[in-house]
Design a protein around this ligand. Structure first.
Ligand SMILES: Cc1cc2nc3c(=O)[nH]c(=O)nc-3n(C[C@H](O)[C@H](O)[C@H](O)COP(=O)(O)OP(=O)(O)OC[C@H]3O[C@@H](n4cnc5c(N)ncnc54)[C@H](O)[C@@H]3O)c2cc1C
Length: 309
């Protein structure tokens, strides 16, 4: 997400190269994205996000509670990235600066005291109402994201793979998603650390963007944040303000810090701390995803009160 986007932004002003270990873009993601933010960012490199939108689910149903979806769309991430890669010439150049856009792998920057959760996901066929479904517990959650034409991403992330599979089973029971015809399946990881815990962002002549520096929310939203972080790096580079980069990232993603604190409070069973963070989390989710309603409050209250270990 971040690397190819940044490459497009920078190639107007700099001699840039890009390389990837993969021959094809990585599509291991549920393909949800915050529409307003991503539409604007992609427009800057001449991509119309609307051309890649598969659908906009009307509701998100989490632990049985239904909330109206405001801003999350499902996009064909694989096709968008493929088209983007076709516009890019993959080549190495003699560089003054290297960008680590390797996601959870963080290949170039110093290693972290990390928190990587394994994820499992498959595409299956189901005939169900096209909403986003989630089943959460303290340490992780399972999801079903509609892709249109009866296809669904069914997946989960948790402390380990066994627990993730367990969560998928619970999701199947909760929403009656039987074992559908499987089209593909994959495993990956997701970084559950906010930017402040992924420092340094800069080390020698290496600078990080996206998930490599923790631009993923406590609820696993990393697509639009990856683009946003790349845009910030681009602005710092063209304005010769690299020294401002860390400060700008921390400021932009304060909401990610807040969400992580909320999730961490729940995981540690610190209910008072979670309750105190509720108003902030509600305001974040209202901006990024859901419509403000009593059900949103009920859902977050349910997460705090009833989550099973
Ligand atoms: C199962 C799953 C579901 C998710 N669902 C959602 C969702 O619905 N919505 C959302 O917003 N976020 C979601 N996320 C998070 C989101 O996908 C990531 O946070 C986002 O893709 C991060 O973007 P990035 O550019 O930092 O890294 P990535 O998109 O992961 O890109 C990293 C790139 O680095 C390459 N690379 C790795 N190692 C090397 C190397 N040694 N040399 C060169 N290249 C290398 C990889 O091949 C890859 O192309 C999900 C994540 C997972 C795992």
């Amino acid at each position: 997400m971040a690397g190819s986007y940044l490459h497009m932004l920078l190639s107007e002003d700099f001699d840039v190269g890009i390389k990837d270990v993969r021959a094809e873009p990585d599509c291991r993601c549920a393909w949800g994205i915050a529409y307003k933010q991503a539409k604007k960012l992609y427009m800057e490199i001449g991509i119309d996000l609307d051309e890649y939108i598969l659908l906009k689910p009307k509701y998100a149903v989490a632990n049985g509670i239904k909330i109206k979806n405001r801003n999350i769309v499902i996009f064909d991430k694989k096709r968008l990235l493929k088209n983007l890669w076709e516009q890019i010439e993959f080549k190495e150049v003699k560089a003054d600066l290297f960008v680590d856009a390797t996601g959870y792998k963080r290949v170039l920057l110093p290693k972290l005291d990390d928190k990587l959760y394994p994820t499992i996901q498959m595409i299956e066929e189901h005939d169900a109402e096209e909403n986003i479904y989630a089943y959460a517990r303290r340490t992780g959650y399972a999801w079903a994201f509609p892709l249109g034409s009866n296809r669904w991403h069914i997946g989960a992330g948790d402390l380990n793979e066994t627990r993730a599979f367990e969560l998928i089973e619970r999701l199947r029971q909760e929403y009656e998603f039987g074992e559908g015809d499987k089209i593909c399946s994959c495993k990956s990881k997701i970084r559950m650390l906010p930017p402040s815990k992924c420092r340094p962002f800069v080390s020698g002549n290496v600078i990080g963007v996206g998930e490599a520096i923790g631009c993923v929310s406590g609820f696993g939203e990393g697509n639009a944040p990856a683009l946003e972080s790349a845009k910030i790096l681009y602005e710092c580079l063209i304005n010769d303000e690299l020294g401002e980069y860390e400060k700008r990232i921390l400021k932009e993603f304060k909401w990610i810090e807040e969400e992580h604190k909320f999730v961490e409070a729940i995981q540690r069973g610190k209910m008072l701390s979670a309750v105190l963070r509720l108003p902030e989390v509600i305001s974040i989710e209202r901006e990024r995803s859901a419509e403000l309603s009593l059900n949103l409050l009920f859902l977050l209250r349910d997460l705090i009160r009833n989550l099973k270990p």
